[in-house]
Design a binder for this molecule. Structure first.
Ligand code: GAR
Length: 199
């Protein structure tokens, strides 16, 4: 049976990394043609040596590379190092799990890259999607979007997304917790959908 190889990029806490791994590692999927394949997480890479997610990788037994971006003067040079680091893993997909770096076209064009963003895109792009949507008086919702990575920040084609009404949440923390729960539901669904559609 064919193996679909996933490589994860992350920068911080790594809760989506852990959730993707525990939900999908070893799972069998069936494509439209009837072809079967098994999902395998082949490794992870983090640009931040202090990230808690590195501990999660160790506990999961997922090989993790640390590649601090400060050591590279330009995005282009960092992405070349990234491509070299990933090459031997031969990934079919790159899943971004809170990877807080803009990727250059050189990287994006080399792999199918998928990202999760904690808002109902195209609303509330950027690094503070949860806070921005919670504080936006014009919107009574936040949400979660899983999308392909394109050259436009948080702008690629949507794979799956869901709105979350702000009404039940009295504070940002409660809203944020609910957004993360929605992420843990949506990201594995979206990744599996993409794999099955392309099998
Ligand atoms: C997640 O909420 C993810 O959606 C967000 O970073 C968090 C990472 O949490 N990503 C972005 O904002 C991308 N623009 P985690 O490290 O616990 O998975």
């Amino acid at each position: 049976m064919r193996t679909i190889r996933i490589f994860i990029l992350f920068s911080g806490n790594g809760s989506n990394l852990e959730n993707l791994y525990t939900t999908l590692e070893g799972k069998e999927v069936v494509g439209k043609s009837g072809e079967r394949a098994k999902i395998e997480f082949v490794g992870a890479l983090c640009n931040n040596p202090e990230a808690y997610g590195i501990n999660r990788c160790h506990e999961l037994g997922l090989p993790c590379i640390t590649l601090p971006h400060q050591e590279y003067p330009t995005r282009e040079e960092y992405d070349i190092a990234l491509l070299k680091a990933l090459f031997l893993y031969e990934p079919d997909y790159i899943a971004l799990c809170g990877f807080m770096r803009i990727l250059t076209p050189r990287f994006i064009n080399a792999y199918k890259c998928i990202n999760i963003h904690p808002s109902f895109l195209p609303y509330h792009k950027g690094t503070n999607g949860i806070k921005d949507s919670f504080e936006d008086k014009e919107a009574n919702f936040g949400g979660v979007s899983v999308h392909y990575v394109s050259e436009e920040l948080d702008g690629g084609e949507i794979i799956l997304q869901e709105k979350l009404s702000k009404a039940p949440f009295r504070d940002l923390q409660a809203f944020e917790n609910a957004i993360h729960q929605l992420e843990y539901k949506l990201y594995p669904q979206a990744l599996q959908k993409v794999i099955e559609e392309n099998l």
